[in-house]
Write a protein that binds this ligand. Sequence first.
Ligand code: ADP
Length: 190
Amino acid sequence: MLNIVLFGPPGAGKGTQSQKLIDKYNLVHLSTGDILRSEIASGTKLGMQAKELMDNGLLVPDDLVIGMIRNKLEAHASASGFIFDGFPRTVAQAEALDQLLFTQKTQISAMVALEVDDKELENRLLLRGQTSGRVDDANTEIIRKRIEEYNTKTAPVASFYQAQGKFKKINGIGSIDGIFSCICDVADNI
Ligand code: ADP
């Protein structure tokens, strides 16, 4: 199985690259942000718990997102692999993911980290906000909050995978196809 964690700050291009990866490698895309937004749109209890936190740029509690991922892994038991996009976002989530995959007799193949500086991220997110309809893309203060959450809670996840020898760093500035081919080099050499 090819199980890739696509890692990087908000606006790094994880969603764009995920789409290309699932097409090329026939993987199941698990984006916790997308799953949470669809829970909100359906008005579920989970969505209601998550909405205010998301709108304010804060992370949703670990147990909620871990439960969501557990359900999705079970629902796609025969998949040939997964792209984890926006998950794990804390070390506790990374540990839980290792456990979940272990019980399914598989593991993370690589963690691909897209690197983009904060100023470029802010510009990309504000631009996306003009069309995405996402409350959390609409103002600079919330965007900065998301980047701060990333730096304090999510960035340590890189060391978690580095300790396992699975951390691969990629420059997230450049053409979409150029970045994609760097990711494919990683995926093809696992
Ligand atoms: P982006 O990467 O552009 O910030 P996402 O769609 O991945 O966008 O996430 C949007 C919001 O959803 C996050 O700011 C957070 O509130 C919530 N979220 C998504 N994934 C997680 C996660 N794994 N753990 C906690 N909160 C999450």
